[in-house]
Design a protein around this ligand. Structure first.
Ligand SMILES: [Zn+2]
Ligand SMILES: [Zn+2]
Length: 541
């Protein structure tokens, strides 16, 4: 089995285990295994022995978990998972994908109300079966009802990182054999949600690919034997043009096609753009309807590059609900080559997430100062907080606390059920607080499960421009917002964007890479990307 299948089986196991009365430490152990496996390099997936070796000596991975990993790798399942599958149907586990439904609530639905699927839950809501039950507020019920609609519309879509993971895994053997396919379609355009994972391969390599198990399908394509990935077979002399056509979107291709001479040989994409008398247009930009005109006017921004990322903010630690210590997060950021990292644990209001009392926050600030003194100016930790925007729009804590901090990320975490006027009133008040440096979460959407609360995007951007508040681009794979479509408007108004990972563990810092790819879609000039500063951007007044 490959990485994707092993991780999926392990996730299935964890989600089921959480619905039993298993001890939390057992669940945590499997979660730890998932995290470690997710970050192993491709070499570790070559054989059982390589995998076992890679797991040896990893913190929190004992003999039992190594056996689990080996068995999953060899057979795709383990006895415990099979046993749990007998007890808990897939359709019950699916309920976890809806907003507001943690393990406890799903257990309640399943065991006490015999609700065993999303459809059954929708029926139960319509019939008012949840009303009046403990904890089921009208707002929560409404949130779940809305979540069901989003889930139905997006359930078949892949998150951008999932699409990339599939692509990497499916094509690794081809690359190892010296034949390099190239990604096309929505994943190449870095859309946050992707429907199909597809690539192109030179026709002359088709036999080699088939020898590696790829199977012919209609329309001059090959499909992977068991992953949902396929390859278009393309002639060398058409490579450049086919890359543009298959990367899409269709409207972009139509525009380019009319600018190209008929029947030409074009070996590279760059050459195709030259023939079309255009500068190279990044795949991520091609979803903009006016992109060809922008290119013709010579107004394309300089691309954002990975080298631009000198630091980031908004990470959590064990002070609140993070899995790794302050020091571990700092070391991981240093290992990435970053010059600065802004800590932002949860504020006291977020009690469910271990929000910090003012005293704990002060303690953390002291630890940050101590750590900073050991870095000799080569690296800086910023003392911040992710302060809850309370329902009335005021910020958690008070001025005495705010003024001690390097920066504040202000985010809405509770009472997300708002009308547009309610949301605007709440946000406008929060954004008038002079200590806020970053607006977090934008609308609070979660891809495939939660629509964001409605806001007047333009107005929020104007306020942020006026008050010199940066807006985060949250690279968590489920968030990926501020939505890329609004990044361009932000740039027009001169609003700075800061790429954040919202990492709750060291391995989540890696989200910066996929986040940057999606952020690129927003055509942000590097000058407005705060991460590009070599010295910390806060305090920035
Ligand atoms: Zn948050
Ligand atoms: Zn956060």
């Amino acid at each position: 089995m490959g990485k994707t299948e092993v991780l999926a089986a392990l996730e299935a196991l964890i989600q089921r285990l959480e619905l039993t009365d298993a001890q939390p430490f057992r669940v945590k152990a499997y979660q730890r295994l998932w995290e470690v496996l997710a970050t192993l390099p491709p070499a570790a997936w070559q054989s059982t022995e390589a995998l076992d070796l890679a797991l040896r000596g990893q913190t929190g991975i004992g003999e039992g978990l190594r056996t689990t990993a080996r068995t999953l790798y060899e057979t795709g399942t383990v006895p415990l998972l099979e046993e749990l599958k007998q007890q808990i149907p897939d359709s019950v586990v699916e309920l976890r994908r809806l907003p507001g439904l943690g393990p406890k609530r799903v257990q309640e639905l399943w065991r006490e109300l015999n609700i065993v699927s999303v459809d059954a839950l929708e029926q139960a809501i319509l019939r008012g079966k949840l009303q009046g039950r403990k904890g089921w507020t009208p707002a929560l019920i409404e949130r779940v009802r809305e979540g069901i609609a989003v889930y139905r519309a997006q359930r078949h879509l892949l998150l951008y990182v999932e699409a990339l993971r599939l692509w990497e895994e499916a094509t690794a053997p081809l690359r190892a054999a010296g034949i390099a396919p190239e990604l096309v379609g929505e994943a190449r355009r870095a859309l946050p949600l992707v429907e199909t994972v597809e690539g192109v391969l030179l026709n002359e390599h088709a036999n080699k690919a088939q020898a590696l198990g790829w199977q012919p399908m209609e329309g001059k394509r090959l499909r992977h034997p068991h992953l949902p990935v396929f390859l278009h077979l393309v002639e060398k002399a058409q490579w450049g043009i086919e890359l543009i056509r298959l990367t899409g979107p269709a409207a972009f291709w139509e525009t380019i096609r009319t600018r190209l001479p008929q029947k030409v040989e074009v070996f590279t994409e760059e050459a195709a753009f030259q023939l079309a008398k255009l500068p190279y247009i990044l795949p991520a930009w091609r979803d903009w309807e006016d992109i060809v005109e922008v290119a013709e006017r010579g107004q394309l921004p300089a691309p954002l590059t990975e080298g631009h990322i000198q630091g980031s903010v908004h990470v959590h630690t064990t002070y609140s609900d993070g899995a790794d210590t302050l020091q571990a997060m700092a070391e991981a950021a240093r290992a990435l080559g970053w010059k600065w990292l802004g800590i932002a644990d949860h504020s006291q209001r977020a009690a469910y997430a271990g929000g910090l009392s003012p005293e704990r926050l002060a303690q953390q600030r002291a630890e940050i100062q101590t750590l900073n003194s050991t870095y000799d100016g080569t690296f800086t930790l910023l003392a911040g907080v992710e302060a809850d925007i309370l329902p009335d729009g005021t910020l958690d804590y008070d001025e005495g606390v705010w003024r001690q901090l390097d920066y504040i990320v202000a985010s809405v975490h509770e009472k997300l059920q708002m009308t547009k006027p309610e949301a605007m009133q709440r946000l406008e008040r929060a954004l008038s607080n002079p200590y806020v440096r970053v607006l977090g979460h934008w609308t609070g959407r979660l891809l495939r499960s939660r629509p964001g609360y409605p806001i007047d995007e333009r107005r929020i951007l104007e306020i942020c421009a006026q008050n010199r508040i940066a807006i985060e681009f949250n690279a968590n794979p489920y968030r990926m917002e501020i939505d890329w479509r609004w990044v361009r408007h932000a740039a027009e108004l001169g609003v700075s964007i800061i790429l954040t990972t919202d990492a709750h563990a060291v391995f989540e810092l890696e989200y910066w890479r996929s986040g940057l790819a999606v952020l690129q879609k927003g055509m942000l000039p590097p000058s407005l990307l705060l991460n590009a500063q070599t010295t910390p951007p806060f305090p920035m007044l």
